[in-house]
Design a protein around this ligand. Structure first.
Ligand code: NAP
Ligand code: G4F
Length: 360
């Protein structure tokens, strides 16, 4: 069967379809002709804005499920009857994992065991993708080194510890039960629909608001941290590619460039013809108990085996995110409201916590 025809008969289940990567992957798979199912959690306010924003809400089938709840995962596999499962659901914010280490472990770590067990018991023939992360390298991420599939892990947050457990669980189900299970070790990847608490979007959103007179300053934490930031729509392609191989494996996905939070601010403010030193200050409450110093990925295996390589690099990424936020807030000033900006993130939200990381 030709590739396009095969894709048209394929069914995919995406956990975490309401998140950045879940929505972008759904868009990619729909474009290939897949029937796409996605899990969502029951919330008091529905959270489908990314799917709406991408114009695909009515094109996907939504299945209620929670990584905390095994029965809901079994049911999700049953009703979607997938060929491929992409596990993108997680408590994905490193800062929050220091405040809620046990909850983060339950969802981001043990949740993956629940999902793989649901697969093993109901449909072990599915191909499984696990959203692993460069945070696994943790304290091994130091200036002047690059991380590959062979670099030892040294996790340094409750989030990373949970992801390490999930990484190994994925390998155990691959090697022990012969399930086609792949780990994508993805470095940071961003887009205009990135959550507002992550530093890239926090900065680009603030730049747009400052430019338009809606905000006058920006408080950040560790300005020296360096990350390898790529463009999320390209990164979700690599997830799909990993599940199209003859054999399952683990792959680093990265740009091979690293930049500091300070540089991120410089470039983002410059895009709006502003100078960051006039607006940015450090709030010590935003520092994490431990922070990974420097991440820079070597994705040569992905290039060789998957034929994947990044196109959008740091400066272009920051510019496109600033542009998107400027457009969004200009329209807001003209009277258009956006549920994700105006309602979910009011200016005067008052979070009380010993750590401020939850609020970004
Ligand atoms: P995200 O925007 O925070 O999305 C996370 C998704 O997980 C949301 O759909 C969320 O649902 C869902 N979720 C949270 N708790 C859940 C639970 N208990 N049961 C079921 N679903 C739950 O994250 P992302 O940036 O798209 O990242 C996707 C995955 O890749 C995550 O596993 C993340 O840890 C991993 N990752 C991300 C990056 C990156 O740079 N983006 C890099 C490496 C790895 P709600 O919408 O209801 O909250
Ligand atoms: O944007 P961040 O919160 O992303 P972080 O911690 O690198 O995690 C993201 O990427 C991981 C892949 O490596 C994913 F696994 C994870 O799910 C998530 O998507 O922070 C980036 C850096 C950190 O060093 C942080 O300390 O920016 C620093 N930073 C400085 N000021 C800040 C801030 N981070 C946030 N969120 N908010 C600040 O005000």
């Amino acid at each position: 069967m030709r590739e396009e025809e095969r894709a048209k008969s394929m069914r995919a289940l995406i956990t975490g379809i309401t998140g950045q990567d879940g929505a972008l992957l759904a868009q990619l798979l729909l474009g290939k002709g897949y029937q796409v199912f996605g899990t969502y959690r029951r919330l008091s306010t529905p959270n489908f804005w990314r799917l709406q924003h991408l114009g695909i809400l009515s094109k996907v089938s939504l299945v209620p499920a929670d990584l905390i709840d095994l029965a809901s995962l079994v049911e999700a596999i049953r009703v979607s009857d997938p060929d491929e499962v992409y596990n993108l659901a997680a408590q994905s914010f490193v800062g929050a994992s220091f405040e809620q280490p046990i909850g983060s472990g339950e969802i981001t770590g043990l949740g993956v065991t629940r999902l793989l067990e649901a697969i093993r018991q109901t449909k072990p023939s599915v191909r499984f993708y696990q959203a692993s992360t460069s945070e696994l390298y943790g304290l091994n991420g130091v200036e002047g080194t690059m991380q590959s599939e062979d670099t030892p892990f040294q996790p340094s947050s409750p989030y990373a510890i949970a992801k390490l457990s999930a990484y190994w669980t994925t390998r155990v189900y691959r090697e022990g039960y012969d399930i086609f299970a792949a780990n994508g070790i993805l470095f940071n990847h961003e887009s205009p629909i990135r959550g507002l608490e992550f530093v890239t979007r926090k900065v680009t959103n603030a730049v747009a608001r400052i430019k338009l007179g809606l905000q006058d300053s920006l408080e950040l934490g560790n300005m020296d941290a360096k990350r390898d930031w790529g463009y999320a729509p390209e990164y979700v392609q690599s997830m799909w590619l990993m599940l199209q191989q003859d054999e399952p494996g683990d792959f680093v996905i990265a740009t091979g460039e690293t930049h500091s939070v300070e540089e991120l601010c410089e470039v983002a403010f410059r895009c709006a013809e502003l100078r960051q030193e006039n607006y940015v200050s450090v709030d010590k409450g935003l520092l994490r108990p431990i922070d990974v110093k420097c991440l820079c990925g070597d994705s040569s295996k992905a290039e060789r085996v998957l034929g994947w390589s990044p196109k959008v690099k740091f400066a272009e990424l920051v510019e496109l995110m600033v542009d998107a936020d400027l457009r969004r807030w200009k329209r807001w000033k003209e009277g258009e409201t956006f549920p994700w900006d105006a309602v979910n993130y009011p200016d005067d939200v008052n979070v009380v916590s010993t750590m401020k990381n939850r609020g970004g």
